[in-house]
Design a protein around this ligand. Structure first.
Ligand SMILES: *Cc1c(COP(=O)(O)O)cnc(C)c1O
Length: 371
């Protein structure tokens, strides 16, 4: 048992990244400029795609992508089990999010649901590579093509993951990343949109910059979603380290997968077909029928033992007040997951002793509460 809590996330900005930020601060060139453009090019080299647009959050990346692709009155299919922004930014773009249920083992949007929920005004689908588990790219793209849907990929948690050997930015339409402190790369706040189509890039660049097409000429409704050169300098210095940091996340995940194999009451997450997940989170399911404790009780027992477990996410999106007016149908898998999921520290700075401590705490709480 440790005295200090083992944190669920440990954002680290290393000395060379700090120096890069300071260099920009001293230059006086703070706004979106040369560093942002260099970060965009380096990001493309790492994640794939043909064009990248640096923005100031993952939420902004989603909003700008939706705004460029959908019209008011359109419907956009989103998983019911994800972070709120995947769906709330559909509303911000004037369209309607339609919730799809997810796979109970991979937690990812179900292709059957995408097919079933596509109607006459469905314009796009927004698959989320949740927790860094990669939605199979080819099957999703094939289905979207068949149904005539644009695809906005939410890769906020999946930088460094691959699907069937393919990098996640290497697909058509828009791929959205986040650089929030808990993500696989952080600039404090920040985001990136990776695109393949030059026309779409032009629209997205307008949306993120006041709808500007020329100086003081505003072609469309736009916002200020520009990244700063300070953030870009941090991202640029951190980018070459992502692969190794993701490898450490995978090693920690492999350790847990081995440590919990056969542990009663604990159900392990499953990579999607062909996925090499980036394990932004390591999220297990509790088998509540085998336990005399609910999920929140289980989390409290872990926290008492110094393990900073957390819940991603306790409420499925269709139960969030912000979406109540949509009168969503029942989504049984998303509802079940929301009551049973629990995330464990898997970040790259976890020591062998710490992850052993996490594993022991989970095994102990499960053992002590078996029915
Ligand atoms: C973090 C996250 C976002 C939002 O990104 P921000 O940079 O925090 O705005 C969107 N979708 C998912 C799945 C996320 O995890």
């Amino acid at each position: 048992m440790s005295e200090k809590t083992i944190q669920i996330a440990q954002p680290v900005v290393e000395p060379d990244e700090i120096e890069a930020a300071v260099r920009v601060l001293r230059s006086g060139k703070l706004r979106y400029g040369e560093e942002c453009r260099r970060f965009e090019q380096a990001f493309l080299a790492a994640e794939g795609g043909r064009a990248a647009v640096a923005v100031n959050s993952g939420t902004a990346a989603l909003h700008a992508s939706y705004a460029a692709l959908v019209e008011p009155g359109d419907e956009v299919l989103v998983p019911a089990f994800t972070f709120v922004a995947t769906a709330s930014m559909v509303l911000a773009a004037g369209a309607k999010p339609v919730f799809c249920d997810v796979d109970p083992h991979t937690f990812l949007i179900s292709l059957e649901e995408v097919r079933a929920k596509t109607g006459p005004v469905t314009r796009a689908v927004a698959p989320v590579h949740l927790f860094g588990n990669a939605v199979p790219i080819e099957p999703m793209l094939a289905l979207a093509r068949e149904l005539g849907l644009a695809v906005v990929w939410d890769a906020a948690q999946a930088q460094g993951a691959t699907s069937a050997g393919r990098r996640l930015g290497d697909v058509a339409d828009a791929v959205c990343y986040s650089f929030y402190p808990t993500k696989n790369l952080t600039t404090g706040e920040g985001g990136m949109i990776v695109l393949s189509d030059p026309t779409l890039e032009k629209t997205v660049r307008q949306v993120m910059d006041h709808g500007r097409e020329a100086k003081y000429r505003h072609a469309r409704l736009g916002y200020n979603y520009r990244m700063t050169d300070v953030a870009a300098a941090i991202g640029l210095a951190q980018l070459p380290k992502v692969e190794e940091r993701v490898a450490r996340r995978r090693a920690n995940a492999d350790f847990y997968l081995a440590a919990f194999a056969g542990v009663e009451g604990v159900v392990l997450p499953r990579p999607a077909d062909g996925a090499a997940p980036s394990f932004n989170q390591f999220t297990i399911l509790l088998d509540l029928a085998r336990l005399r404790i609910d999920r929140d009780g289980f989390v409290a027992e872990l926290v008492r033992r110094g393990v900073g477990a957390d819940v991603h996410y306790p409420v499925p999106l269709h139960r969030q007040p912000v979406f109540a007016h949509l009168e969503p149908p029942p989504l049984p898998v998303a509802e079940d997951l929301a009551q049973r999921v629990l995330s464990l520290p898997v970040h790259p700075w976890l020591t062998p002793a710490e992850r052993e401590c996490v594993a022991e705490a989970v095994r102990e709480v499960a053992r002590d509460h078996l029915v």
